[in-house]
Design a protein around this ligand. Structure first.
Ligand code: 6R9
Length: 649
């Protein structure tokens, strides 16, 4: 990994978009970008007001921006509905019978929903929700596989002004219960199961287990996906298809105030409990619409495929809201990239003529490992643009993506953003900027990043790096942490008062390109998934054998980071391989398979400062196998602990 980081820092090649791409792009030159960027900061109201007018408003906004960080208000007085913008707006045009969703299930089935189909299905399900007692402002939890019903459920919820909370299908029963309880959801939407790598994920079983501990839920809607036998509780559980049969396919979209809630999405932070990030209607809608259009250079002819799961923010913004508000044709795939063989993605690109592909570095690194022969089996010449998201992309993976998948023809956008930012914040624009592998690029319109030192002053030399903050409000920023306004301020606006602190480190080169250096807080990024170390540690100490636990990341060639847990045992428990496996399984059960530790190490003691803080910095170095422990260890309470830990490897 050290080598990798050095390679990253040494990579100096620059790649240029082709003249052909530039000519047809929405934004074509650096001059145009600079002019618009300047305008977006000098006159944010004029700029965003103009963008907003590309969407449908029941009532146009009276004031584009009011107030400042941490509590800006966008599009004040405006009323809109994002389901209307994603559907009704298109069915009134020639797009009525354009494919909105092209879906492929893991076992191979195919479904195409046109805008007209999707529009009617969404209205039907909106009526179903109403009949189950869902009202404006109520929360609906969605726990589904990657099937069209996930998109239908999301858009139906916002159509009636309710608030969705999508929980990734890979989360466990207790993680689901925690999220349902926090949001006090009235209705849960799930399926009998989902397909993953040939197996079945028991979603309904997890849901039943979660509901024993989540009393707010009055009704459960179950999609029949696998046909597995599942218990249905009379009065509480209903089959999706039965409710839909009885529902009318006309349901007017509720005009929402721009600042009214749209959805909650839970994400990990540096404390134990996941945060419910709240996004609102107007700002999120305008920003995701516009970033999708410009960053993916989206046109009506495109076939757009983002491989994320709708359970993550990338799925929300760049499978559902952004692309559909642009009237795009969206490809959606249910399963694993290597099922039944490692060419599944390339088969899909070939089969549907995908033109824009948006995926994650961890997937790209897996494809590199599986070998070039798999993509080479398929025709990939429909592709014209590639995207990357979720974690820093190392130049090796960037170059492989560029050469093997893009054939040296397709620009790559390396898009930096977060659940909290709602939309892409730093990237190159594909028809404008030269690309530097390893650098995300430049701020998008309206985004004002800065790099600060620990005291909160802009760093003297941005090449050395520091904390990445955002200095101005942008439309799609989170508005609060659900149910915990203090945490919103503490988490994001206290480290550098008045500025949004991202939790990431970054540096900036002389051309103004940002390179993201990764998290500077106690958050891990494992295969593009965010996991809080505290969250993992509390899962570990919930096991009867564990006295104390400290979790750190270890650089991993495929996943970016692997999870290493240092554990001390209670009296009466002896270290063993069986116990290691048990602890791994225990964490996977409590949080979900993505949180399963890669390594458990037993130790007699953890390295602590005299004030009792675990020195994770030391553990990180030990986990990475470094022989010399660097940095100050003088605050360590017991100097011998480190030597012992190294021996115990
Ligand atoms: C969209 C998403 C956010 C964290 C973020 C950062 C990392 C995302 C990145 C990137 C380097 C990129 N991250 N994109 N790091 N380059 N292009 O992933 O949201 O799940 O909330 O994660 O992911 O560390 O802070 P989320």
């Amino acid at each position: 990994m050290q080598e990798r980081i050095e390679a990253l820092l040494k990579e100096e090649r620059v790649f240029y978009p082709s003249e052909e791409f530039k000519r047809q792009a929405h934004i074509k030159s650096e001059e145009e970008y600079e002019r618009l960027y300047r305008e977006s900061l000098e006159d944010p109201e004029g700029f965003w007001g103009r963008v907003a007018s590309e969407l449908h408003w029941f009532e146009p906004p009276k004031k584009v921006l009011e107030g400042d960080l941490p509590h800006p208000k966008w599009f004040v007085g405006g009323r809109l509905n994002l389901s209307y913008n994603a559907l009704d707006r298109h069915v009134q045009t020639w797009r009525r019978n354009k494919a909105a969703l092209i879906w492929e299930g893991e076992p191979g089935e195919e479904r195409v929903l046109t805008y007209y189909d999707l529009w009617r299905e969404v209205q039907r399900f909106a009526n179903v929700l109403k009949r189950l007692g869902v009202r404006k402002g109520d929360r609906v939890t969605i726990y589904l596989p990657m099937i069209p019903e996930a998109v239908i459920a999301m858009l139906a919820t916002v159509r009636i002004g309710a608030v969705h909370s999508v929980v990734f299908g890979g989360f466990s029963a207790s993680a689901l219960a925690e999220r349902i309880k926090d949001a006090e959801a009235k209705v849960l939407i799930t399926a009998d199961g989902g397909y993953r790598r040939g197996g079945i994920v028991p979603l309904k079983q997890n849901a039943d287990e979660a509901l024993q501990d989540a009393p707010s839920v009055q009704h459960v809607v179950v999609v029949r996906r696998t046909g597995e036998e599942v218990p249905m509780l009379p009065g509480r559980d209903h089959w999706w298809h039965e409710l839909m049969e009885a529902a009318s396919d006309r349901c007017e979209a509720e005009p929402m105030e721009a600042e009214e809630p749209l959805f909650i999405l839970y994400t990990s932070g540096s404390t134990g409990k996941p945060k419910g990030v709240l996004h609102t209607t107007g700002g999120y809608g305008v920003y995701t619409y516009y970033t999708t259009k410009l960053i993916f250079d989206l046109k009506d002819e495109d076939v757009y495929w983002c491989t994320a799961d709708v359970g993550w923010i990338t799925g929300h913004s760049y499978i559902v809201y952004g692309p559909l508000m642009n009237g795009a044709t969206v490809v959606m795939y249910e399963g694993a990239p290597n099922w039944p063989e490692p060419d599944r993605f390339w088969r899909i690109v070939d089969k549907y003529g995908v033109t824009i592909l948006y995926t994650a570095p961890t997937a790209i690194r897996s494809f590199m490992k599986w070998g070039e022969q798999w993509p080479l089996k398929h025709r990939l010449d429909s592709l014209r643009l590639l995207g990357s998201v979720g974690e820093p992309i190392n130049p090796e993976a960037w170059l492989w993506y560029y050469r093997v998948i893009g054939k040296g023809r397709c620009p790559i956008v390396d898009t930096w953003w977060q659940t909290e930012t709602g939309g892409i914040m730093i990237t190159t624009l594909p028809g404008v900027h030269p690309m530097k592998p390893g650098h995300a690029g430049k701020p998008f319109f309206g985004v004002k990043p800065e790099i600060l030192d620990a005291e909160g002053k802009p760093v003297q030399n941005p090449e050395e790096g520091g904390h990445l903050v955002i200095e101005r409000p942008w439309p799609s920023m989170l508005r609060t942490v659900w149910g915990d306004p203090d945490r919103f301020i503490k988490q994001y606006f206290s480290q550098h008062p008045g500025k949004y602190f991202t939790g990431d480190g970054a540096k900036r080169d002389a051309d103004g390109y940002y390179m993201i250096l990764g998290r500077v807080d106690d958050v891990l990024n494992v295969a593009g998934h965010r996991l809080g170390t505290m969250e993992l540690e509390s899962a570990l100490v919930a096991h009867p054998a564990v006295a104390e636990a400290a979790v750190v990341g270890r650089p991993d060639p495929i996943k970016g980071e692997a999870i290493v847990a240092f554990v001390t045992l209670k009296e009466g428990f002896a270290p063993s391989d069986a116990l290691k496996d048990e602890l791994k399984a225990h964490v996977a059960k409590l949080i979900g398979p993505i949180a399963r530790p890669d390594e458990v190490r037993f130790t007699d003691a953890l390295p602590k400062t005299r004030s009792g803080k675990i020195m994770r910095r030391l553990l990180r170095q030990i986990a990475a196998g470094e022989q010399e422990i660097k940095g100050d260890t003088s605050t360590l309470e017991d100097q011998r602990v480190v030597e012992k830990l190294k021996e115990g490897a």
